[in-house]
Design a protein around this ligand. Structure first.
Ligand code: PMP
Length: 359
């Protein structure tokens, strides 16, 4: 495809060229139906095939065990900040705060029950992930909630805490399908689709069946897990096109070699950036070494003016959306699954050139 830039945005973000061209091919006339997917009834045979295909691929790629259910829900990850406590918080829940989104999740949960903040990394400006010893987990929590990749700060859990019999719940919005995980470590995971697995409009929820219990009676139907299960994620009209795009992204992942290959590529891409950052002193990385994210690489130059110059000069070369989030400032390169290695190589070349010219 011509005139495509390398889009380092934190989300919505890049889709693979292969995915975009398939969407393009099928745009006006999906499989000789004479219709675009977005014109199809969600109850039609043609659409139900798309829906089931996406679900089956996700189950296969993530090796989701049979005692888990997969839901496609509305409202992005933010709706899950509320849905999780409305469905599962009966008495008390433990929340681990490693950044902005985990704080938002805890704030939302505190509307529905007792929230116990077992760790908050604000003292170190969310530059690292805590060790298990730093977590003051409760004996009797309904669940423990964490955010597996902190999009804004560029940190990521490498090893999840052992929560024993207490279900572990993870917001995986910015690292779902970026690396292998063992689903059985979790009671529930959720993710907005718009970074690693598609476009805005759906959240994927994977939940262990025994956690689908009676929700708080005030829970809106659309956020109720038991009703979602009963209606197979079609309590109302689902985000039909976003689910279709998810299926295409999953097909692409399977065609290039599955999650193992995705993980290999992601380690290689992030490695290029971190190796470069470690080899020089012009840029300072934000995240501590053992907490570094494979998805969002955060760093800064000596001052904000230079950061701004970096971002604008990079954009002129087709390296776009590198401005850091306002909470951390500096520079952030989001290198989700669809970012090709060539984009990262070009960025490292530019970083080196920029450092030589401005150092
Ligand atoms: N959690 C994380 C880790 C995120 O990165 C984001 C979005 N940037 C959200 C939650 C919120 O997602 P949404 O916009 O889908 O509600």
């Amino acid at each position: 495809m011509k005139n495509r830039v390398y889009n380092f945005a934190a989300g919505p973000s890049m889709l693979a060229d292969e995915v975009l061209s398939e969407l393009h091919e099928e745009f006006f006339n999906y499989h000789d139906s004479g219709m675009a997917v977005m014109e199809m009834s969600h109850r039609s045979k043609g659409y139900l095939e798309i829906f089931e295909d996406a679900k089956a691929r996700l189950k296969r790629i993530m090796e989701v065990p049979d005692d888990y259910e997969i839901f496609f829900m509305h409202g992005g990850a933010t709706a899950q900040f509320a849905a999780v406590p409305m469905n599962l918080l009966k008495k008390k829940a433990d929340y681990i705060i490693t950044g902005n989104f985990s704080r938002k999740a805890a704030q939302e949960a505190s509307k529905f029950g007792e929230v116990n903040i077992v760790y908050d990394g604000k003292e170190n400006d969310y530059s690292r992930i805590p060790s298990s010893e730093e977590l003051n987990l409760s004996e009797d929590a309904d669940y423990v909630h964490l955010c597996s990749n902190n999009t804004i700060y560029g940190t990521e859990w490498k090893k999840y805490p052992d929560t024993g019999a207490t279900p572990l719940i993870a917001d995986m919005s910015s690292d779902i399908l970026s690396r292998r995980i063992d689903m059985s470590d979790f009671g529930l995971i959720y993710a907005g689709a718009q970074k690693n697995i598609g476009i805005a409009g759906i959240a994927v929820v994977i939940i262990r069946k025994d956690l689908i219990i009676e929700a708080d009676p005030k829970t809106p139907q659309i956020m109720d897990y038991a009703l979602t299960l009963k209606n197979d994620s079609m309590l109302n009209t689902p985000s039909t096109y976003a689910i279709y795009v998810l299926g295409k992204v999953l097909k692409w992942i399977e065609e290039i070699g599955g999650i193992k290959e995705i993980e290999r590529r992601n380690i290689e891409k992030a490695g290029l950036l971190y190796d470069y950052l470690d080899s020089q002193s012009f840029y300072q990385p934000h995240a501590e070494k053992d907490s570094r994210s494979l998805m969002n690489v955060t760093f800064r130059t000596a001052n904000e003016e230079l950061d701004a110059k970096f971002v604008s000069e990079a954009a002129k070369l087709g390296l776009c959306n590198l401005k850091g989030h306002r909470l951390v400032k500096g520079i952030r390169a989001s290198i989700y699954n669809a970012m090709p290695i060539e984009g990262v190589k070009k960025l490292v070349e530019f970083m080196d050139e920029f450092a030589r010219e401005n150092g």
